[in-house]
Design a binder for this molecule. Structure first.
Ligand SMILES: CSCCC(=O)C(=O)COP(=O)(O)O
Ligand SMILES: [Mg+2]
Length: 233
């Protein structure tokens, strides 16, 4: 019986285009000024720069070098924890100044509410930082969706393609693996969650759906059907 929904963001509750055409360019545009302004006096920024420096071998005071490296990571869509933390800080400004709202598919927003009212506990697992997760749902086009979530996980618990990350989440939640349904658009993430014993559903929001293999869910209506047919409460 499913008791917990664990959801990915990009490609699952929210469009890939929003992340790649709005969020990533915004972070790229504002990164240099933000780091130059805050690296001296903001402990959180300093901590992330220290982590980038350790990962790359650059000196922590080589601000130009660190910015260049971070810009490369953004272009390459690298899921590096310090980049994700810095992006969360940058996006906070964008949301608060009303430059954009978080994209959440209306069907996703609808069922987050329905499932939470049905007594399911909802959690997020995204490569975006916990701060970024709270922002996209808190400032979403569908309103503030954060009341429906019981908690958030990011790459500080581990990478999304590693079974150990899902085992660590299960440990944190203190639940049996087969009571959790993990939603994602990336099959490698679903395979890692399945190795940890979770149930999964594959979201294919756009493009062709394969005739064979893993069943594809077009939207959260399909996920809800799956829940009611195969995992009744
Ligand atoms: C929290 S919104 C930004 C998402 C993000 O930065 C990202 O890399 C997408 O990762 P996901 O694990 O949600 O596919
Ligand atoms: Mg995704």
């Amino acid at each position: 019986m499913i008791r917990v929904i664990l959801t990915d963001i990009e490609g699952t509750t929210s469009s890939i285009d929003f992340v790649h055409d709005v969020l990533f360019p915004y972070s790229s545009e504002h990164l240099a000024d933000f780091i130059r302004e805050h690296h001296g006096d903001d402990v959180d920024v300093r901590e992330q720069l220290q982590a980038v420096a350790e990962q790359t071998g650059l000196a922590v005071d080589d601000i130009d070098g660190l910015i260049e490296e971070l810009q490369r990571w953004i272009r390459e869509d690298r899921k590096e924890t310090p980049l994700k933390a810095l992006q969360g800080m940058l996006w906070e400004q964008g949301y608060q100044h009303g430059h954009f709202k978080g994209h959440v598919y209306p069907d996703a927003a609808h069922y987050l509410k329905v499932w939470s009212e049905r007594g399911l506990r909802l959690f997020v697992y995204s490569s975006g930082s916990v701060k970024a997760q709270k922002l996209i749902y808190g400032f979403s086009e569908e309103g503030d969706l954060t009341p429906f979530f019981s908690g958030y996980f990011d790459t500080r618990i581990g990478a999304k393609r590693e079974p150990a990350s899902y085992q660590a989440i299960l440990q944190e939640l203190g639940v049996e693996p087969d009571t959790v349904l993990f939603l994602s658009d990336v099959e490698a993430e679903l395979e890692a969650a399945e190795t940890a014993g979770m149930k999964t559903a594959w979201l294919v929001r756009d493009g062709d759906v394969p005739d064979e293999g893993r069943p594809a869910m077009r939207d959260f209506d399909d996920v809800d059907k799956l829940l009611r047919e195969h995992f009744p409460l």
